[in-house]
Design a protein around this ligand. Sequence first.
Ligand code: ADP
Ligand code: MG
Length: 191
Amino acid sequence: MKLLKKSELRREFLNKRDNISEEERSIYSERIKAKIKNLKEFKEAKSVLLYCPIRKEPDLTSLIWESLASKKLVLLPKVEGQELKLYSITSQEDIKPGAFCIPEPVGGKEFPPHDVELAIVPGVVFDRRGYRIGFGRGYYDRLLQKIVGVKMGVAYSFQVVEELPTDEWDQPVDVLVTESYILKGGKRYEC
Ligand code: ADP
Ligand code: MG
C-alpha cells in the first residue's frame, strides 16, 4: 500500500482524535498516566518535560502536580519564534494562555533541553518505531534533537500505525505509552 502523505495522515488522525468523547479522553488519560508512573524512566527522572493539553490530547495535567509533589523538576514548553523553549514551573500560577492559545509557562529561567531527563510529548499520529507526526510546524522535531534524556510519546492506541512516512529531520521517541500498551525497543508491553 502506498504510504499516505503526512498532511493527509495529520488531517485523518486529528479528526479521529477530535471525535473522542470527553469521557473516553478522561478514562484513557488516567490509564496513560498510571502506565507512565509505573515506568522506571519516570520514577528515576529528576526532571520531566510535560505539556498542557490542547484539543483532545491526553490530559496529563494532574501528572504535573503529582510530579511537583514528588519533588521532580517540571518543565513546560513555550513557543518562542521557531523554537520551543523550556521553563520550570512550581505551581498553577506559573501557567498562562500563550501562543496558539496553548497554556504555557510564564517567566522564570530558561532550562537547557540537554539537561531534561525525561521528555513527554503528545502527537497527532505515531508509528510502531516511535516516529511521530505533529501539527506540522516541526516544533517538537527541533526540540527533540536537543534532548539526550528519554523521549516518551503519549497517544491513544487508535493513534498508532505500523509505519509513517518520515523526513530526515523527524525525531522518533524511545518509548510510546498508550492507554493499553507500551512500545519500547520494538517490543510491546501490556502492563
Ligand atoms: P511535524 O513534525 O510537526 O508533523 P514536519 O515534520 O512536517 O512537522 O516538519 C514541519 C517543518 O518543520 C518542515 O517543513 C521542516 O522544514 C521543519 N523542521 C523540522 N525539523 C527541523 C529542524 N531540525 N531544522 C529545521 N527545520 C526543521
Ligand atoms: Mg516531524
